[in-house]
Design a protein around this ligand. Structure first.
Ligand code: ADP
Ligand code: ASP
Ligand code: MG
Length: 426
């Protein structure tokens, strides 16, 4: 017998008929002899709808009240799933974030889970009851409801799995695993049997939204075994215990899979894209020590994450242009902050562009092999795609390009690295 935490995303919970299918999957897992707890998202589109209500009510909304509004989506689906399970004859109850409680710290609207009291959950599971927990929500030090940031139900599920010492955390979504790239963009994307925590963390952080970045970081830290799989299956589907989805594994487990011939080592494991960043160029910044510190200090103080940075070759007269990217949602704030500090920084103009995309290739193979970046630049150049900025890490190369060329670039790179489904090398 195992203890399994099952998480169902928005499309899996979209309406009573879908919830009935989810209930069947959960009941089947319990009938296989396991203790189960379920974490659910709001119905697809619901959180967006609630966020829009907040914006309409008050453009400069108070994050604590925003949390009260947006946490409601998961409250609805957790209750509906418990009701559906009961209607099918199962013992089930919902446990809201404040009831367990799921204690969170840091800011409203982007809270972090600090601790989950697992006593009630364990008792409920051991009594054969199915515990249904709304994802995305918790309770802050101020005693008020909090939410974890978009996509946060993945992190709720991993945190619950860690708290109850689950054998596995199954993340059910609308695709049947993690692919070499978003299968909605590249038809030839291949499903991966396994991917390492390190690669998944990097892929998630550069835009592969199948798992929230924080959920992967937490799973890596707590040693939670994650499987990503589809809830869109028929009643005769293989049980999740046969691991039909993608497992997130340690480096050692991956080596074993490769040795057994179950996985092939590729130089590039996956490709991700992100259209949510914006480019900022400051022209004619003084080319002297301290100048860039003047630019980035106020942004850091305002918790605005700067990603790619380029300082161009100095012009004449000791001046240079500085280019960097910030999340699109923070662009207006960043621009206002920089305008405020115009005299300290001493720049001439601010030029911004939201129509950019970041394309990233990720793979642990890069640690020991050169040439990944060169292949990327050459393949994009051959298709006339202009690179506006570059950044790298040990296992990743990212480039910024025109947003209109996103799909083309992802397809071209997928082919260039031999990842297409019908490739012999794959
Ligand atoms: P959920 O609502 O279940 O949390 P999400 O929409 O957050 O689902 O994540 C699933 C989506 O992630 C898929 O529909 C797919 O379009 C997208 N996606 C992006 N990159 C990948 C990838 N490499 N593998 C699988 N899915 C991906
Ligand atoms: N409902 C939340 C969102 O849409 C959390 C989640 O689904 O993971 O961001
Ligand atoms: Mg998600």
């Amino acid at each position: 017998m195992a203890r399994i935490v099952m998480k169902f995303g928005g499309t899996s919970m979209a309406g009573t008929e879908r919830i009935r299918r989810v209930a069947n999957i959960v009941r089947k897992q319990q009938a296989a002899g396991h203790e189960v707890a379920v974490v659910v998202s709001a119905m697809a589109g619901e959180t967006d709808r609630l966020v829009n209500f907040c914006r309409e009510a008050n453009a400069l909304y108070d994050p604590a009240e925003y949390d009260v509004v947006v946490a409601s989506g998961e409250q609805v689906t957790s209750g509906l799933l418990a009701l559906t399970l009961q209607s099918l004859g199962s013992k089930a109850r919902s446990w809201l974030g404040w009831q367990l409680p799921v204690r969170t710290v840091e800011a409203h609207a982007k809270a972090r889970i600090e601790d989950i009291d697992s006593d009630a959950l364990m008792a409920s599971m051991q009594a054969g009851e199915i515990a249904v927990i709304p994802g995305f929500q918790g309770i802050g030090a101020d005693g008020r409801v909090t939410t974890l940031g978009r996509g946060g139900s993945d992190t709720s599920a991993v945190a619950v799995a860690a708290a109850v010492g689950a054998d596995r955390c199954d993340i059910y979504t609308d695709v049947d695993g993690v692919y070499t790239t978003d299968p909605r963009i590249v038809a030839k994307a291949r499903k991966l049997k396994a991917v390492t925590y390190e690669e998944m963390l990097e892929l998630a952080s550069v835009g592969a939204k199948v798992l929230q970045t924080r959920s992967v970081g937490l799973a890596m830290k707590e040693g939670v075994r994650i499987q990503v799989l589809s809830s869109f299956v028929g009643d005769d589907a293989v049980p999740a215990d046969d691991l039909p989805g993608t497992m997130i594994v340690s480096e050692e487990e991956m080596n074993e899979l490769v040795e057994k011939g179950d996985m092939e080592r590729q130089l590039v494991t996956g490709i991700a894209h992100d259209k949510n960043e914006a480019k900022v160029i400051l022209t004619r910044v003084p080319d002297k020590p301290g100048a860039v510190a003047h630019i980035f200090e106020p942004l850091a103080q305002a918790s605005i994450n700067v990603d790619m940075i380029i300082q161009n070759v100095g012009r004449d007269k000791g001046e240079t242009d500085v280019t960097f990217t910030v999340p699109q949602v923070d662009l207006a704030r960043a621009q206002a902050l920089l305008e405020d500090r115009r005299s300290d920084i001493g720049f001439n103009r601010i030029i911004t562009d939201s129509k950019v995309a970041k394309i990233s290739v990720v793979g642990v193979g890069m640690k020991s092999h050169a040439g990944v970046a060169a292949t990327m630049f050459k393949s994009l150049a051959e298709r006339g795609i202009n690179i506006q900025a570059i950044s790298t890490s040990e296992i990743k190369v990212s480039v910024m390009i025109d947003e209109d060329e996103t799909e083309l670039a992802v397809r071209v790179l997928h082919t260039a690295y031999g990842l297409d489904a019908n490739d012999e090398a794959a």
